[in-house]
Design a binder for this molecule. Structure first.
Ligand code: GCU
Length: 398
């Protein structure tokens, strides 16, 4: 039985320095998320919260770096607020300031449906040029939208400022961690608004912001629905399954090393030593909801590998009795976050938040399932089992 031979502290504490990649075992398939750090497997669903904390510490330690659970007091000052001339919405600019000494601040643009006499489900997103055609659809469906510019939190250029590192200098969080932290601060603020339904907060992001959105959704239990779009490598993609034309670990770290924690570079050329893959990150969202929106022509973002991580993570969701809370949606076309992606998110959100029926397929799989990649299955309640190894033919339910 394989054991990691170590475990991390909780995400709230300092993690010990993780063992170097060279000391970790090679796991060619997607690592078993039901396996605990001592090598035994989970036996009951009550153990999931503890296992999730362990897996989270592993993923932050090796991949993204630390994200402090404390964000200090977050204060909000509205600098402008006006009715939109065409939309039934009020547009406000809110300055959020964070940290004990008010170390840094960034703006949130809030598009709130009118009249504000009730609580709306909310979507936090990155700023994407204020595309009012998307605003119109979001507001029309009765959702509030809050957008922020990631560059105000961590500049998207080598050597650029990273507020997370200034706030938490002893940490090793890269830019993705900082942007994920930005999503969390936006949620801190939304939870204070009288027009936001606290149990109906969704987040979405595209590409690098999709990676950050998935990370934020994985670690923050207040986020009810997480939707990474075209997030690929370091997001909803897969490190171990990279068809030709797909971005892999060496490519992303060659171009963007500071998006990640320094430890990740140890795995270049030996990704099979990673004690997790991105299905593990997706599984952390459970039992809350997760939708990946993908494009079939977006090869760089690994649409096929994203299906593999979906299939593997779904086993955790199903085990927890929430198999319908993980979805995947493919459209034709390339790397973009377009109206079709947004409409898929809104339909899924309506289903998750309001049980509205939808004709859209959130479990349709365009690629063949690679069963060899997922040789394990969910534990049976009360049965202590050991992990199966490669040649198993566990059938993935379609
Ligand atoms: C690059 C990078 C991707 C990233 C994308 C983006 O293509 O390699 O990992 O997702 O930029 O954010 O647009």
């Amino acid at each position: 039985m394989f054991s990691y031979g170590f475990s991390f502290g909780s995400a709230r504490t300092h993690s010990p320095v993780p063992p170097p990649a060279a000391e970790l075992p090679t796991i060619r398939e997607l690592p078993d998320p039901f396996q605990q750090s001592d090598g035994s497997r989970l036996t009951t669903t009550e153990q999931w919260n503890h296992q999730r904390a362990q897996l989270q510490a592993l993923i932050l330690g090796y991949q993204y770096g630390q994200i402090p659970a404390e964000r200090g007091p977050v204060t909000a000052v509205e600098s402008s607020s006006a009715a939109h001339p065409q939309l039934p919405a009020r547009i406000s600019q809110v300055r959020l300031t964070c940290g004990p000494a008010g170390q840094f601040s960034f703006s949130l643009l809030v598009v709130a449906p009118k009249p504000a006499a009730r609580r709306f489900p909310a979507i936090v997103s990155y700023s994407y040029g204020h595309d009012t055609s998307i605003w119109a659809r979001v507001v029309d469906r009765g959702y509030l939208l809050a957008e922020f510019d990631r560059n105000e939190i961590a500049e998207d250029r080598p050597g650029g400022k990273n507020a997370l590192r200034s706030y938490y200098p002893q940490g090793d969080g890269g830019r993705l961690a900082a942007w994920a932290w930005g999503f969390q601060i936006a949620v801190d603020y939304l939870l204070t608004r009288p027009d936001v339904a606290p149990e109906r907060i969704a987040i979405t992001g595209h590409s690098r912001c999709g990676k950050a959105a998935l990370l934020a959704g994985a670690i923050d239990q207040r986020i009810s629905l997480t939707c990474p779009n075209g997030s690929g490598c370091g997001g909803a993609g897969c490190y171990r399954f990279t068809p030709p034309g797909t971005e892999d670990l060496a490519a992303i770290l060659g171009a963007r090393p500071d998006w990640f924690a320094p430890h990740l570079a140890e795995f270049i050329g030996c990704v099979a030593r990673l004690p997790f893959d991105q299905h593990t990150l997706k599984a952390l969202v459970a039992p809350r909801a997760l939708l990946s929106t993908e494009a079939l022509g977006d090869l760089w973002a690994n649409p096929e590998g994203t299906q593999q991580t979906y299939l593997a993570a779904r086993k955790v969701f199903q085990w927890l009795g929430v198999g319908d809370r993980i979805g995947i949606h493919y459209r034709q076309g390339g790397h973009d976050h377009n109206l079709e992606d947004w409409l898929a998110l809104l339909d899924y959100a309506d289903y998750i938040f309001f049980s509205k029926p939808t004709r859209r397929h959130f479990h349709h799989l365009p690629f063949p399932a690679n069963h060899d990649l997922i040789p394990w299955s969910a534990p049976h309640e009360g049965v202590v089992s050991t992990p199966k190894r490669a040649k198993h033919t566990s059938k993935v339910q379609l």
